[in-house]
Design a binder for this molecule. Sequence first.
Ligand code: PLP
Length: 362
Amino acid sequence: MESAAGTETMINGKKYLYFAGTGYFQLNTNKELLEAAAKATMKYGTGSSTSRSITGTNPLILEIEKKAAEYFGTEDAVYLPSGYLSNIAGMAALKELDLFDLVFIDEDSHYCNYEGAVLTGKPVVKFKNRNVADLKLKFEKSLRKGERPLIASDGLFPIWAKPAPLKDYLEIAEKYNGVLWIDDAHGVGIIGEKGRGTYEYLGLESERLFMGATLSKAFGAYGGVVPASFEFIEKIKTGSVVTGSSSPMNAAVAAGIKGLELVKNHPEMREKLWENAGYLKKGMKSLGISSDENCLPVVSFVAGNSSSMKKIHLELMDEGIYIQYADYRGSGNNGVLRIVVFSTHTKDQIDFLIEKLRKVLP
Ligand SMILES: Cc1ncc(COP(=O)(O)O)c(C=O)c1O
């Protein structure tokens, strides 16, 4: 990639109409974010060269944590060097607070969720993707009387943009006195009335629900966030991920602050994204490719096997369009073709994609 990722992106010397990645609002090129990142770097330097447990907490980090707590409507929040680490640090805190005895994790959960589960040192049992019946079956087999489960899952599974059945998980967690951890890297910013992610989208709220998020996708910045109570956040702040790593780059923190502000104060960006998602889905339907009728800005599909999909991917590139051939957690053995729409795509650009897909699809 030889330019910033956007609706038009330079890749290996050629400009493509770009329908990939996760920059849903294209905030990675927003002037306010860029200026905030540059200003913060000039004032505070690139990084702090020390961890937060020593002198690495500066006013920007305190501000982003305040902004993140406001955004999610929680008592407190912690900012971490990446979304990946937010899941590892969050699950470690659940263990430190002694809230569960064993972990039941969706088999398609993101790598970091799985690693977070394993690192707690508790037994880990996998259940089938988004399958409540299988989760119950696994409970019957593995959960002994009085043991408390931690149910772990992505909030929104990225490949097919499918929300996890969090309502069922919460009911089960409640019944067994357990807790639910979600990695909502893909849900935050883009769904829910206030953009708080999958739990808000599904109309849920619970003291048993904990989550990790990233600022590297919808918010156009970088770094991880965990919003929660003072007690929970204190456990993360005194845990190994925070005490054992240097403070995040100041440019990332400042961009994250602006990203949180803009997504919070401009719900019309979300509305435009949902409108574009509907327009894309309608176009895809005209090609005989159906998808869930919702506002999620991703349409994935399988067309033959991996080599035929790679061929379609390359033929579209010849036509000046980049969509992803995704071979990732949750994409199955052959992978999928995955189209992502941004709030900044125009209807003409989406029409052009549909026209070219019509030409290259078998
Ligand atoms: C589902 C999911 N969780 C977590 C992450 C990691 O987030 P970050 O890139 O901020 O480390 C990713 C990928 O970026 C992801 O797709």
